[in-house]
Write a protein that binds this ligand. Structure first.
Ligand code: SF4
Length: 749
């Protein structure tokens, strides 16, 4: 039997390591799909630093999705009312290139948009950036990370001077207080959660606070569950800050030496006495005080969050308000502490590193920064001024650009906006108006392909070699272990071929993805996400590694240097003896024997003056609160079994057996008022659309709020699409829509 192939689970940002064996070598006669076909064998990789051999149901069943409904050949049609016809790659690419040239000529490069995905490998992301932002001169590349992590990105950049989660998974087992807000970690990041839950169970003194309007599986395990009213997160956070300040439980040394803006922040939080906060949040005052006491009495607080914070019309402010708590208590840079966003997609982090949002460029550079643009133009050997100085269209403004006719070509790759965008009635209408849409995906049918003129078959997980970065900045090489079906190709190869056909032959002269990666990591040298010491070869030889991982130290190529090379200890300037003395005592629990995996361990941040910035925000609440016409707040979320729009998990029998249809959770008091019973159907209307769901009555949700899962699209349900109801109001900074809450009216049917 040959050695198992090491790779990464392609579902969530936990980034669990997997080992894969071909069907004939799996040794399991029972490892078959529902039609009796032998499957690849998939198991957890015990050597992977992030997951240590554990996987959840999604990772464990992924092999079942590899051969179902695969898109094998390019297909085209002239208009959306026609059937697709199979065409050659040459025909499909010629049509795409002609169309790109036509749009450049008639509308300018900004008439072209690409909407990509955290399912991309970093190499796919990078080539897409070079094509769009470098060669074509438009920043109209956005990814589904806009709907997921862009508030965390904006919060980190504004507070710390650059993106990048400061903490790491080892902190889950080193913290003495885990503060989980807007995250159902048990279901959405299960392997991360297992580590935290075991630590919490084993150590009575370790506290866990969960802030969520629902009593999720995560909340059930908490010492303290704060079931706040939707949209009151910032009130709660400011209220905790108020109490910490009142009790003197702040780290004055850290505040003085490492931050700025504290006095403005104090003026804001003084306006949040506990009586007011408890009333606004709909929680007991002693519970609020208990939460603040846990913060005060803990040496190391670790905050975890995901969509419940990010998907908000004030998402960036919420992220910064979480960070404020860490800054005022000095809970950052120490083992077991820090603000820690849990990434949704498997490679959303890699996408951020490669510049995969419309306002950023590879290597944590900013579109608006002239020096950053110039650096890339030089590296890409493009004429000065080639990169557009204006951020491109974000995901939602691609939709509105179709409405106004400003977008002449939309290229969607590895994502499914006909299910995941807000206000699907409007989104689908806009997609119908698109003059030319390319959908590049591994699967067919899928909802967005219904709106395409050209569909291109993409190789997926296991069918191409490339890298992915998980939530804790660990980079894993995902090796190809099987051939892609039919004529499917890796995403980066498709983008590069289009680039060459557009005349950029040298720019896209890559023999393989390892060469693409080498070009990319060179661009990260001396940037906060320095990965210049990484390569496919090194990752293959040494396994997954965490950034920063600069080139200089790794050149030694000595195994014993790995820990040093790729740790994240940012050394204080050797010349700055005063600083060294000052900061050597700064961190109360710094343990030199622990692997250095954190950012900002020296108390220095990536801002011009090295100080982290406090923010001072009052909450505006929900963009669309309940009112007499729409008296309930609808909140949406994810289930343990399914992944996003079910393109894979909808095709896995074991998963569909567990969760076959969407549902609506409602509190017994609300159910009684409406006269509905378990399993009866409810019609849910918002200002934008209507959907129907069978009812699940549960005390796990607060009265006045209802919950539906977001996974089901038109391919899997006749009337249970959650995003028919949601609205596109977005955070003005991160442009992340408030997919988590809208006002609805409920009618029994
Ligand atoms: Fe995959 Fe996430 Fe499950 Fe790990 S926790 S196996 S990365 S879906």
């Amino acid at each position: 039997m040959s050695e198992p192939i090491k790779t990464l689970c392609p579902y969530c940002g936990v980034g669990c390591g997997l080992e894969v064996l071909p069907p004939a070598q799996s040794g399991k006669a029972t490892n078959r799909d529902d039609q009796g076909n032998l499957l690849w064998s998939v198991r957890g990789d015990r050597s992977h630093p992030s997951s240590k051999g554990k996987v959840c149901i999604k990772g464990g069943t992924i092999a079942e999705s590899l051969d179902k409904d695969r898109l094998k050949y390019p297909m085209m049609r002239d208009s959306l009312d026609q059937e697709f016809r199979r065409v050659s790659w040459d025909d499909a690419l010629s049509r795409i290139v002609n169309r790109i040239q036509e749009v450049r000529h008639t509308r300018g490069a900004n008439g072209i948009c690409m909407y990509g995905s955290g399912q991309f490998q970093t190499e796919d992301y990078y080539i897409a950036q070079k094509l769009l932002k470098g060669c074509l001169g438009t920043n109209n590349f956005d990814a589904n990370s806009r709907l997921c992590m862009s508030s965390a990105v904006a919060g980190y950049i504004q507070s710390f001077g650059s993106d990048g989660p400061p903490a790491c998974y080892d902190d889950l087992e080193l913290t003495d207080c885990a503060f989980l807000i807007g995250t159902n970690t048990a279901e959405c990041h299960p392997i991360v959660y297992n580590r935290l839950r075991m630590h919490h169970k084993k150590n009575r003194k370790v506290k866990m606070i969960v802030v969520d309007p629902r009593e999720t599986k995560t909340a059930k395990d908490a010492d303290l569950h704060l079931a706040i009213q939707p949209g009151t997160d910032m009130d709660l956070l400011n209220g905790i800050a108020h109490l910490l300040l009142r009790w003197g439980e702040i780290d004055s040394f850290f505040i003085d030496e490492c931050t700025q803006g504290f006095s403005n922040f104090v003026q804001v939080i003084q306006q949040y006495p506990p009586e007011l906060v408890a009333r606004r949040c709909g929680i007991r005052m002693d519970h609020l005080e208990e939460a603040a006491r846990y913060w005060a009495e803990s040496d190391n607080v670790l905050s975890l969050w995901s969509m419940g914070v990010n998907q908000s019309s004030e998402g960036t402010a919420k992220v910064r308000t979480i960070i404020n708590l860490h800054l005022m208590t000095g809970n950052i840079g120490n083992p077991g502490s820090g603000p820690f966003s849990l990434t949704g997609q498997p490679n959303a982090m890699g996408g951020r590193e490669a510049g995969g949002l419309s306002h950023i460029l590879p290597g944590y550079r900013a579109v608006k920064n002239p020096n950053h643009r110039a650096e890339l133009e030089r590296a890409w050997q493009l004429p000065e001024g080639s990169i557009n100085p204006t951020p491109g269209r974000d995901a939602w403004s691609m939709i509105t650009g179709l409405e106004t006719g400003d977008v002449g070509l939309l290229w969607v790759a590895a994502t499914n906006p006909a299910v995941s965008m807000p206000d699907l009635v409007r989104t689908k209408k806009a997609l119908l108006k698109s003059p030319f849409t390319i959908v590049q995906d591994a699967y067919y049918p899928m909802e967005t392909a219904s709106y395409a003129h050209v569909v291109l078959p993409a190789a997926q997980w296991g069918e191409k070699t490339g890298t992915m970065t998980n939530s804790e900045r660990v980079v894993t090489l995902c090796s190809k272990f099987r051939e892609a079906p039919g004529e499917a190709r890796p995403d980066w190869e498709i983008f590069a071929e289009v680039g060459r056909r557009l005349g950029f032959t040298e720019e896209f002269d890559f023999a393989n993805s390892a060469q693409v990666y080498q070009e990319f990591v060179r661009l990260t040298k001396d940037r906060p996400c320095d990965m210049s010491g990484l390569s496919h070869g090194r990752l293959r030889q040494q396994g997954s590694l965490q950034w920063p991982c600069p080139l200089e130290e790794s050149q030694n190529n000595q195994l014993e240097s790995i820990a040093l090379t790729c740790d994240t200890q940012r050394n204080i300037s050797q010349n700055d003896e005063e600083s060294k003395g000052l900061f050597s005592n700064l961190f109360r629990h710094k343990d030199e024997t622990l692997p250095g995996k954190r950012l900002y361990t020296d108390g220095r941040f990536n801002t011009p003056d090295g100080r982290a910035k406090f923010s001072a925000f009052h909450s505006k609440g929900l963009a669309e609160p309940a009112d007499p016409a729409y008296p309930f707040v609808l909140t949406t979320g994810r289930l343990y079994e399914h992944w996003h729009t079910m393109t894979r998990t909808g095709r896995i029998a074991k998963i569909m057996k567990k969760q076959s249809q969407p549902f609506l959770e409602i509190h017994p008091k609300d159910a009684a008022k409406l006269g509905v019973e378990e399993e009866m159907m409810l019609e849910v209307r918002s200002r934008r659309g209507m959907a129907r769901f069978p009812v699940r009555i549960t005390k796990a949700i607060v009265p006045g709020t209802v919950f539906v899962p977001m996974h089901w699209g038109a391919l899997w349900t006749d009337n249970g699409e959650a995003n028919l109801l949601t609205h596109p109001e977005a955070c003005p900074i991160s442009l992340e829509p408030e997919l988590k809450a809208c006002a609805v009216h409920l009618t029994p049917i």
